[in-house]
Design a protein around this ligand. Structure first.
Ligand code: SAH
Length: 367
């Protein structure tokens, strides 16, 4: 217990309930204390649980000895460096600064009483999708479970302060590739879905992946109860690889095979994302190939008109062509939804707020 590794500070928000219980058992504290602290942290969202005078003396002593600066545990509380609301008032985008100065985005989309939070899972991203602002900035590091949980806390506290209902749905569609940070993401989701705390239903959570085949197979093998969304963007290997370089590592044929395995094992519908880029992947012939590719799967396609980003010259498919694309899918029996580009005025595309902010920071740097 005296090694440097054991003494390294950890976040209380990294621990699942079972891990907290283990920690407490090692300190001769009972599960009752674990439940009391869990409720205070994850249900009350108290940023300073050590200050709760209602806790029993043993729990207060443990907190005084273990939580705080220079002690074994801390509690993630990322600083908000931007809070931008869209002009229609339906989207809020937070830029959060982590302990080491890295910034990540969390987006809150508010449909009355049914708020959806969009979470980041990494600082930067290694997948290099050509049209994505996060892909353009490259990979920095994985987020810890606590840094993912902290984003939900932040969104909940913002809604609470505004007197609004809490977060109902979660999508892992912010910065990063969730299945490239599998273990941390699964721990975070175990914490977020715990009924004693944040209590967000597993069926209200969607994990979006660029198509990390081993991760998809693992989700199925482990019977994880979340929804799966796969970012496709192209229905031939050549067209897809041009937009999504990760397709060279996990080719389209292997990806669709993994989706079939996932569907066979879970019976769950799979969502496919298709960013509509004018002249690149929006023709009726491409819609027909997409429908053919997904034959036999219980699939639903989300069509997302491109959000322009600094590092990519493409433009969004005009709405008439998007509707034609959708009708072609429909004629082939494939259901789809055209996603509104809600919050485009708050740079709501993946990674765009951080990219904008660092550009602005660079501009004010002295020459
Ligand atoms: N890495 C994961 C999750 C983050 S991206 C994934 O690839 O799915 C979430 C979705 O936003 C993906 O479908 C991605 O392709 C899409 N996206 C990223 N940048 C975009 C942009 N500028 N315009 C439209 N969609 C974009």
């Amino acid at each position: 217990m005296t090694t440097a590794a054991a003494a390294a500070p950890r976040s209380l928000l990294d621990l699942t309930f079972a891990e907290l219980e283990q920690e407490f058992a090692a300190s001769a504290l009972s599960p009752v204390h674990a439940r009391a602290l869990w409720r205070e942290v994850h249900h009350e969202l108290n940023p300073d649980p050590a200050g709760n005078a209602d806790f029993s003396p043993p729990l207060r002593r443990w907190l005084a000895a273990h939580l705080g600066k220079g002690r074994q545990f801390h509690l993630d509380a990322p600083a908000e460096t931007a809070d931008v609301a869209s002009s229609d008032g339906l989207t809020r985008k937070f830029l959060l600064r982590l302990g080491d100065g890295q910034t990540i985005e969390t987006v809150l989309m508010g449909f009355t009483g049914r708020h959806t939070a969009c979470l980041s899972t990494q600082a930067g991203c290694a997948m290099s999708c050509v049209f994505c602002a996060t892909g353009q900035m490259g990979f920095v590091r994985h987020l810890r479970p606590g840094e993912i949980v902290a984003q939900v806390r932040h969104a909940q506290l913002a809604l609470r302060a505004a007197g609004r209902e809490g977060v109902r749905n979660l999508v892992l569609m912010g910065m990063g590739e969730p299945l490239h940070n599998y273990d941390a993401v699964m721990s975070a989701l175990e914490i977020i879905t715990d009924r004693r705390g944040l209590n967000i239903g597993p069926s209200k959570i969607t994990i979006s992946t660029v198509g990390v085949v081993p991760g998809i197979l693992r989700l199925a093998a482990e019977a994880r109860p979340y929804h799966l969304a796969v970012s496709l963007h192209g229905a031939t290997e050549e067209e897809r690889s041009a937009l999504v370089p990760a397709s060279r590592r996990w080719p389209l044929a292997e990806l669709t095979e993994a989706c079939r395995t996932y569907f066979a094992e879970t019976g769950r519908r799979i969502f496919f994302e298709w960013t509509l880029i004018a002249g690149a992947n929006d023709s009726p012939a491409q819609a027909e190939r997409l429908a053919a590719l997904l034959t036999g799967l219980d699939a639903h396609v989300n069509l997302i008109p491109l959000n322009p980003t600094g590092g990519f010259a493409g433009t969004a498919t005009p709405s008439a062509a998007a509707k034609t694309f959708q009708k072609t899918l429909q004629a082939a029996g494939l259901p789809s939804t055209i996603r509104q580009r809600r919050g485009i005025d708050v740079a709501a595309g993946c990674g765009q707020l951080r990219a904008d902010n660092s550009r602005a920071e660079r501009q004010v740097e002295p020459k």
